[in-house]
Design a protein around this ligand. Structure first.
Ligand code: COA
Length: 430
């Protein structure tokens, strides 16, 4: 494993400076599920703690569109343009395709013209794995700004006739912008683990290279989530406490140092047993699974967003996020919260951003056209027409950004970045 203290020695810390959330509008209650499978509101509440979930019923709403919406909000809060993002990591168990990566669609949608993009497959632990990767990229100097997104449309891979699974899952996305800073704190340590021998316990059997799609795989429901609930439950109740202890030890902290735990929102009973094992008081554990069900990779960032919204996190707090999932995987991270939790964006800036996203969309459409036309239509200089138009749109977007920076300096020449709790700006030298 990586020597965590060695990474700190570089003096580059990884702080979460922006956060966003996107959930579909359609709420599906337990009572509605009573109409389609042999279950009851009472059973679901008492065995899982879930009251309702959000489901993406509009086919135009996909894992990528939810991810992009959450990402835009995270950039808004962080107050940086999409062009400053170096890497986009989308953790997902319900990607748009096997390839290309959902992260590439997000890159295009938000106009992150300077970003690399890839998907991370570690099931429900994926978002916390993503934070670990983001920290590594930042600490090693490979990135300044990394978008880490957890996004799902699990409803599209759920068997709505299987009561063992369909009552558990929901759709949604959460995103954070992780930024390099010389100010100590941020992501202190991460624990990422796996026990591949449990792979069959929670699996989407078909559609990959081991079991390609055939009429039989479709007819026998092999493209839907299959789960051994009891075995996963036993694993989860053991590993949540264990992963928390391990990450605390890596960060030289104890359970008493924790201000808030944000556990993977899979099941109320799993959270209760795990937190009891850790002897953590109720008020230090955040829960919102009653509203969303298990949104896999999105559960922790959505919960983080709502914890911030509810003022449950303050600068200098120690936060632990911990999850488990198919693989079997687990992951935990300990964070010293570094930035103010209330952010204001001026109307002027918001409209600049929205214009910039409009240009990103137009640019994307021209680029798509360019891929189709190849070099059939060219300008007098021999440049592809679509590419030339795309370059012009990119110039306008850059112009918007420089107008934005000038406007920013006119209003507040000193404050370029959100200030950190010790009063320094995140762009100060250490
Ligand atoms: N409604 C009503 N009854 C249901 C039901 C439902 N939705 N789902 C299962 N049952 C039934 C079972 O068929 C079983 O009936 P039986 O005793 O006649 O066989 C009974 O309820 C008890 O089933 P059991 O599996 O023992 O329930 P449980 O208390 O273990 O709870 C889970 C089931 C799925 C809620 C629980 O095992 C769990 O949360 N596991 C972890 C799942 C998870 O978190 N997965 C995602 C990981 S990221």
């Amino acid at each position: 494993m990586v020597d965590e203290s060695g990474i700190m020695a570089f003096g580059r810390y990884a702080h979460i400076v922006g956060w966003g959330k996107a959930v579909p509008n359609r709420v599906v209650t337990n009572h509605e599920l009573e109409q389609i499978v042999d279950t009851s509101d009472e059973w679901i509440r008492s065995r899982t703690g879930i009251h309702q979930r959000r489901i993406a019923v509009d086919p135009a709403e996909t894992t990528a569109t939810l991810a992009a919406k959450a990402a835009r909000e995270a950039l808004e809060v962080a107050d940086i343009p999409a062009s400053k993002v170096d890497m986009i990591i989308v953790a997902t168990s319900s990607p748009e395709h096997t390839f290309p990566a959902t992260a590439c669609a997000v890159q295009d949608m938000i106009g992150a013209v300077n970003a690399g993009a890839f998907d991370l497959s570690a099931a429900c632990s994926g978002f916390v794995y993503g934070l670990g990767v983001a920290k590594g990229l930042i600490a090693s100097g490979q990135a300044e700004n990394v978008l880490v997104i957890g996004a799902e449309t699990l409803s599209r891979i759920t068997d709505w006739s299987d009561r063992n699974t369909c009552v558990l899952f929901g759709d949604g996305a959460g995103a954070v912008l992780v930024q390099s800073s010389p100010v100590p704190g941020g992501i202190l340590a991460t624990e990422m683990g796996c026990d591949g021998s449990g792979g069959d316990l929670l699996i989407l059997p078909a559609g990959g290279s081991k079991m390609p799609a055939t009429l039989e795989t479709v007819a026998s429901g092999q493209h839907f989530i299959k789960m051994n609930g009891r075995a996963v439950y036993r694993f989860a109740t053991r590993i949540m406490a264990e992963a928390t202890r391990r990450v605390l030890s890596k960060a030289n902290l104890t359970v008493d140092d924790i201000d808030l735990v944000i556990p993977h929102q899979a099941n109320e009973r799993i959270i209760a047993v795990s937190m009891r094992n850790l002897k953590l008081p109720e008020e230090k554990v955040f829960r919102n699974l009653q509203y969303y069900g298990n949104t896999s990779t999105a559960s922790i960032p959505i919960a983080l967003y709502e914890a911030l919204e509810q003022d449950r996190i303050k600068p200098n707090d120690t936060i632990v996020m911990v999850g488990f999932g198919a693989g079997l995987t687990w992951a935990g991270t300990a964070i010293k919260w570094g930035v103010p939790t209330e952010k204001e964006t001026s109307l002027w800036r918001a409209s600049q951003r929205s214009a910039s996203y409009g240009l990103a969309k137009a640019r994307s459409q021209w680029l798509r056209l360019s891929h189709l036309l190849g070099s059939n239509l060219v300008t007098e200089d021999g440049e592809s027409l679509a590419q030339a138009l795309s370059n012009r749109l990119e110039d306008w977007r850059k112009q918007l950004e420089s107008d934005e920076e000038e406007e920013e300096q006119r209003h507040d020449p000193k404050q370029e970045k959100p200030s950190l709790p010790n009063g320094t700006s995140s762009s100060d030298e250490s």
